[in-house]
Design a protein around this ligand. Structure first.
Ligand SMILES: [Fe+2]
Ligand SMILES: [Fe+2]
Length: 344
């Protein structure tokens, strides 16, 4: 699950992070490295973990990949909430597999972040202490079974739109993790849509549940693409460095254009009176949509959404409950190492 990195300015970027003033020779050397780095990125080559990279590039990636990893892990909670209440064995098996996939995505991504020289424990600490951000979409509650379908259709759908360009991101370990993740996300999206199609063929009450879930998730899904381009603090650097390929507003428009026909096929309405097809825009036209309530977005990002506290408390609890597993795995690895040493 991925939403645009939350562009929160950090005061220690770039120069300050290098540890104070540098000599002229050091500055000239870094300028030469940077020119070479820019040229490689412009040629579309991958940057690998051991390559020289500007400190701002490294920090941007650490922030983005760790936020992405945290979002995968926290994203297990709203859906995990329904595993015990899935209406059939088939739906339970699908949901279990989906939530497990999200946990796996988190693991690939923590591993990708570690290649940039950060410790996984520090990243997890930052999440648990509330310092690190994760996608705000997971601070909304899942109130009825249709929410599970709508999360697959809209939330995973928006994530895919965000993630496909990341398969071509300039940082090799991140791009490779994204290729694998995207394959699984497309299954997530389709299982959600299939669930909703089934409910729409059911009773009037089931159709009403789908409409209610769509009404609650539509606008938060559009917010997943992040602030408008003009308000996006780090986008310029990210585009220059080949981390970001398509702007927030362009991705959001692609998502709306792809989703409106799917909503029609489903037979539900989207909660936006300003939604209309505009033939004049672009070669094939686009769907115009209403104004996003960014005050709601900021409120949730700043910790005041409906479930922020609950999500964080559940994560900390799960981490503490799992301490014995980590200790047992470490003890086992140590025993194995001792045996190998004796055998050698
Ligand atoms: Fe995911
Ligand atoms: Fe997913």
């Amino acid at each position: 699950m991925y939403t645009q990195a939350l562009d929160i300015p950090s005061p220690d970027r770039d120069d300050a992070a290098r540890g104070g003033p540098r000599s002229l020779a050091e500055q000239q050397r870094d300028a030469a490295y940077e020119a070479e780095f820019d040229a490689r990125v412009a040629r579309g080559e991958f940057v690998e973990a051991k390559d020289w990279m500007p400190e701002g590039y490294r920090k941007t990636l650490v922030r983005q990949i760790s936020q992405h990893a945290h979002s995968e892990i926290v994203g297990m909670l709203p859906e995990g909430n329904w595993i015990t209440r899935a209406p059939t064995l088939k739906r339970k098996a699908i949901l279990l597999a989906k939530v497990q996939d999200e946990g796996g995505h988190g693991m690939y991504l923590y591993a990708a972040a570690e290649t940039l020289g950060v410790a996984r424990d520090d990243l997890v600490d930052a999440l648990h202490s509330g310092k690190a951000k994760y996608s705000s979409i997971f601070n909304y509650p899942t109130l009825n079974w249709a929410d599970i379908g709508v999360i697959g259709w809209l939330v995973d759908g928006a994530a895919i739109m965000n993630q496909i360009p990341l398969c071509r991101c300039s940082y090799g370990p991140y791009a490779r993790a994204m290729i694998r993740i995207c394959k699984e996300e497309s299954f997530h999206q389709r299982q959600g849509y299939d669930l909703l199609l089934t409910m729409m063929k059911g009773t009037a009450d089931q159709r009403a549940m789908v409409q209610d879930a769509v009404d609650r998730w539509w606008w938060p899904s559009l917010m997943m693409f992040g602030p408008h381009d003009k308000d996006s603090v780090h986008s310029g650097d990210s585009i220059k460095w080949g981390i970001k390929r398509i702007s927030n507003d362009d991705l959001r428009q692609k998502f709306v254009d792809a989703t409106v026909p799917q909503a029609k096929l489903l037979g539900i309405s989207l909660p936006d009176p300003d939604l209309r097809f505009n033939e004049e825009r672009g070669e094939r036209g686009h769907w115009d949509f209403g104004t996003i309530d960014w005050s709601e977005f900021r409120n949730v990002v700043n910790g005041h959404g409906q479930c922020n506290r609950e999500r964080l408390a559940d994560r900390v609890q799960a981490w503490e409950d799992g301490a014995w597993v980590r200790e047992a795995a470490l003890a086992h690895a140590e025993k194995q190492r001792r045996r190998d040493r004796l055998a050698a």
